[in-house]
Design a protein. Structure first.
Length: 351
């Protein structure tokens, strides 16, 4: 693992992660990744049946990036979740049925039919739904971190963003302000080799993780297909943030194994590149580890499949929203409701 840092700092690796995770935690990580993959596969087939309006984006092959990072955050921390980070919603406690209902525009989805596959986040669980202008969620997370600092709260904000985001001005503005103010924020750069059809060598002349040093904070590169290494790097970034040591930029190196969205056959990606990355599949890797400590993977897979079946039936049976409520919630009425905490038992790991 290469590190590029403004000051000496530990990176994050799977070996250290194990010291902070129980076997039960490690199983939850696998479960979250299996749920993400299974739900997205199911949603893709629902999309092809015309049941998911709009387009469909997935994070096949990138499950470890959101699962590992979200798991390292405490319930009172705040997450700005992007379009390939479904496991973060799962880890914060969003149920599979609500996720599928969200994709199908049903009344029981998080936005109750106001958006589909991309822009959603349950604020009661501390998740902020994505703003499409990339990477504006970096500024939202930075703003939240600023509020935590001003209020003297021991909390951390985290956001994900893609390699494509690093060429935008907002990336630099967020990084600069977070560095100047030493804000409690963790930035996760999801480097999946492509921004739509543009490969990395057409995007930047330096590895973007090196830019953290230019803004005075730690930047490190992590194997984004290793869920425990992702967990550990984020855990350390969070500890740094809470200790008043400022932001951390974590470059999670991974691969977008599917097209940009459902319509994209990714003819521009060499087949050998996909095959090479298939060997590093994050779920296979984590399963191998857990099998070695005696976990019954087949039983877990069976449970997850049954959960997805039940969630699909529940979401398909859910009603469409009442059109007369379409403009509800556009403006704040009464007192603004603060973001809530995640409720999932596993969003507070063994520290
Ligand atoms: C400012 C802005 N320009 C263009 C888009 C359209 N767009 C949505 S996703 C995307 C590709 C982003 O690539 P990357 O940041 O690498 O994320 P990835 O999709 O690979 O996860 C583009 C160009 C946008 N949402 N915002
Ligand atoms: Mg990308």
């Amino acid at each position: 693992m290469a590190t590029h840092m403004a000051e000496p700092a530990a990176g994050g690796d799977a070996a250290t992660a194990v010291e902070h995770l129980t076997v039960e935690d490690r199983i939850w990580l696998l479960r979250a990744m299996l749920l993400m993959r299974g739900l997205e596969e199911r949603a893709m087939s629902l999309y092809r049946q015309g049941k998911v309006p709009g387009s469909f984006y997935d994070g096949f092959g990138q499950e470890a990036v959101s699962a590992g990072a979200a798991f390292a955050m405490a319930p009172e921390d705040r997450l700005c979740v992007l379009h390939r980070d479904l496991a973060a919603h799962i880890i914060r406690g969003v149920t599979p049925a609500r996720i599928l209902a969200q994709y199908m525009g049903r009344a029981t989805g998080i936005t109750a039919g106001r958006d589909g596959n991309v822009h959603f986040g349950d604020r009661r669980l501390g998740c902020v739904g994505m703003v499409s202008m990339l990477p504006d969620m970096m500024l939202v997370a930075t703003g939240m971190a600023m509020a935590f600092k001003l209020r003297g709260e021991q909390r951390c904000a985290l956001t994900w963003f893609g390699d494509g985001s690093t060429s935008r001005g907002d990336f630099h503005e967020a990084m600069n302000w977070a560095g100047v103010q030493r804000l409690p924020v963790v930035f996760i750069l999801e480097n999946n080799q492509y921004a739509y059809s543009t490969p990395l060598d057409k995007q930047f002349a330096v590895d973007p993780v090196e830019r953290a040093a230019a803004y005075g904070f730690v930047g490190l590169t992590v194997d984004g297909n290793d869920v425990e290494a992702m967990f550990d790097a984020t855990r350390l970034g969070r500890l740094r943030a809470l200790a008043g040591e400022g932001p951390t930029l974590i470059e999670a190196v991974t691969m977008r194994m599917h097209g940009h969205a459902a319509h994209d056959d990714m003819k521009y990606v060499p087949k050998e590149q996909v095959e090479e990355w298939r060997k590093r599949d994050p779920i296979d890797r984590h399963e191998t580890r857990l099998r070695a400590v005696g976990v019954d993977i087949d039983a877990l897979r069976g449970e997850v499949s049954a959960e997805i079946e039940a969630a699909t039936a529940e979401a398909l049976a859910a009603p469409m929203p009442d059109p007369t409520t379409a403009t509800d919630g556009v403006f704040c009425e009464g007192e603004a409701e603060p973001l809530g905490d995640g409720v999932a038992r596993w969003s507070g790991f063994q520290s």
